[in-house]
Design a binder for this molecule. Structure first.
Ligand code: AGP
Length: 614
């Protein structure tokens, strides 16, 4: 949603905060700002646009100071412009704040403050919050930390904030509810950020605030952690992070998205490493092993997610029902949380989220837990809110995914879910030993098969050249590959801004076929395993109406080659594992079309990597 960065220590804050904002720009990039404090003067610069624009504009101010906070915004309240950008001053000019989240009751608070003479320059909820803190400080005669705590007990909403007071130059106060906030703990310095990427080159030690926690980060002191509601002392749990800088940088690729597409063989291997023990014929997953009865005896599995993660959930529905014979329903988290669903303590809810911070998915978990369901989280970000809110879980170990368009998150989510389904199928006796072993050994071949599928990149690029100026596209798939058709359409939409729809191939006859003409490219997944003959019939229906057909086929296919305008081959595998391969050319296709259309591949317009508000 937004990215926040802060620093207090012995170094110049400016370069640290600016580079940190660049690493968090995937979270939002409508505007950016920085405030530095040199002990006497607060130097603040902010602007509509990207961090690069902020760097240029910051030349107008002194960049001195060993205390600094910065913000890169995805606009919620107030259009993206200079005045609505963060940081925001309080009326006195003594306090400065950055905020990721939404204060839902800001209008009533703003009215009350205006009645007391406060004025506002921006349309933001954040400027209201900093003036509420100032009003509390004045009327209660308390220091910044206590003022923040009292003020936050008056607000409704979500926040990750960092605040400093020019009267107290050796501390920053932070607080969290609903939006992520990590504190990097250095030798004699502290870092604050929405995730660890801004400070990982300085320290691997991090404290992730829990919801309704606040901290006073003071130089030369231990972090003081408090519960906002009752002022109870909380104890910082310092995690030693495994992430490293190389994983965060582009590594020679033009875009993070391309790097992450090519990281998939290694990412999938990392996902099953230590879990898939084919030679011993076992799958070891602590979160499942310790709760196996809940899964085996579940009435059903409810999967909640958003976007690409929801597509991974749809693939999981096929896998779980086909292999483990457990009833599954897949829900958009945003719909599930509001439709008053029937949930019992015999339900298992699996929440899938790359960021682990998606507000709708987090809310769905909380609803399910209130009603007694067992919640299992599948996340990529260690220590994320969804990971911590879940009763148990499994990380995808894909490594940081910086490109807004999810790629390796999708394939590693499917890998985790496949491992779970296979484990449950074995546990329930749905699988013979030999069939189980067949799946385990085939899963081990997938990284090499993804590597081979990536070799179609040159061919995909030529196909992209042909269709880059299309205004509409259709994606079709059946069975396990219907969700892949949806995912392929989403990838194209979100980074190239071409309208695209995914459909079950058989649904063409129920309306969409009216769209088919020579202007309509149709991307069809027609692998040997998975209703092949039926899909071939669908292709013929399209061809007879002059539609352009680009087919993803199993290597060696002859029949579809005769019918399609272009075919892109992928290696053969088991039907339930085909999504791990069929998605590869569709990821590459959307990438190349977006580049050819001069779109911002890693930071598409209007999007953010993690939607931490409703
Ligand atoms: C997918 O390419 C998008 N970035 C988006 O749909 C994303 O999958 C969705 O916002 C869910 O994010 P999450 O996995 O972090 O919860």
């Amino acid at each position: 949603m937004c990215g926040i960065v802060g620093y207090i220590g012995h170094r110049d804050a400016f370069p640290i905060v600016i580079k940190g904002l660049q690493r968090l720009e995937y979270r939002g990039y409508d505007s950016a700002g920085i405030a530095l404090f040199d002990g006497n003067t607060i130097n603040l610069s902010k602007t509509k646009g990207k961090v690069e624009d902020l760097k240029k504009k910051s030349k107008e101010i002194s960049m001195a100071g060993t205390l600094g906070i910065g913000h890169t915004r995805w606009a919620t309240h107030g259009v993206p412009n200079d005045v609505n950008s963060h940081p925001h001053y309080s009326n006195s000019g003594d306090l400065v704040i950055i905020h990721n989240g939404i204060i839902e009751n800001y209008e009533s608070i703003k009215q009350a403050l205006q009645n007391r003479g406060y004025t506002f320059k921006s349309d933001t909820d954040t400027e209201v919050l900093i003036n509420l803190i100032e009003e509390v400080q004045k009327t209660e005669g308390v220091k910044l930390g206590k003022a923040v705590q009292i003020a936050l007990n008056q607000v409704v909403g979500a926040y990750a904030i960092a605040v400093f007071d020019k009267k107290k130059p050796d501390e920053i106060v932070v607080a969290k509810l609903g939006s992520p906030l990590a504190i990097g703990v250095g030798e004699d310095e502290f870092f604050i950020a929405s995730d660890a990427s801004p400070f990982i080159e300085f320290t691997n030690n991090a404290v992730y605030l829990e919801d309704e926690e606040m901290a006073i980060v003071r130089l030369g002191k231990e972090i003081k952690l408090r519960k906002i509601k009752n002022d109870a002392v909380a104890y910082p749990n310092i995690l030693e992070l495994q992430m490293n800088l190389e994983e965060i940088e582009k590594g020679g690729y033009d875009h993070f998205m391309l790097k992450e597409i090519y990281e998939q063989p290694r990412a999938i291997m990392d996902t099953y490493r230590g879990r898939l023990l084919a030679d011993q014929g076992i799958i070891r997953m602590a979160g499942i092993d310790q709760n196996i009865e809940k899964f085996v005896n579940a009435n059903r599995i409810i999967i909640v997610a958003c976007g690409t993660s929801w597509h991974a959930g749809l693939v999981a529905e096929y896998i779980f029902e086909d292999l483990a014979r457990i009833p599954v329903e897949v829900e958009y988290a945003s719909e599930f949380r509001y439709r008053n669903p029937v949930i019992t303590d015999k339900d298992v809810l699996i929440a899938i989220s790359q960021s682990g911070e998606t507000a709708d998915t987090l809310a769905a978990i909380k609803l399910a837990k209130e009603k007694g369901a067992f919640v299992f989280g599948v996340c990529n970000v260690v220590g994320s809110s969804i990971a911590r809110e879940s009763d148990a879980g499994a990380y995808t170990h894909a490594g940081p995914e910086i490109g807004v368009a999810s790629t390796k998150a999708f394939t590693t989510q499917i890998t985790v879910l496949t491992l779970i389904a296979l484990k449950l199928a074995k546990e329930k006796g749905e699988f013979s030993g030999s069939k189980f072993h067949e799946y385990l050994t085939e899963l081990e071949t997938i990284p090499a098969k993804v590597e081979k599928a990536l070799k179609s990149n040159g061919l995909v690029e030529t196909v992209a050249e042909v269709y880059k100026d299309s205004t509409n596209c259709l994606y079709l798939g059946r069975g396990y590959n219907f969700p892949v058709a949806l995912e392929g359409a989403l990838k194209l939409k979100e980074i190239s801004y071409i309208h695209a729809e995914g459909y079950p191939a058989a649904e063409m006859k129920h309306g969409p076929i009216a769209l088919i003409d020579e202007q309509m490219p149709v991307f069809v997944i027609a692998t040997k395993k998975g209703h092949y003959e039926k899909v071939v019939s669908n292709i013929q229906e399209i061809k007879s109406r002059k539609g352009k057909i680009i087919a993803i086929v199993t290597e060696g296919d002859v029949q579809v080659k005769e019918l399609a305008d272009h075919v892109i081959e992928i290696p053969e595998t088991l039907e339930s594992l085909t999504p791990l391969l069929t998605t590869i050319p569709l990821q590459l296709l959307s990438y190349h079309i977006a580049v050819m259309r001069n779109c911002n591949v890693d930071q598409p317009r209007n999007l953010a990597k993690s939607v931490t508000v409703e």
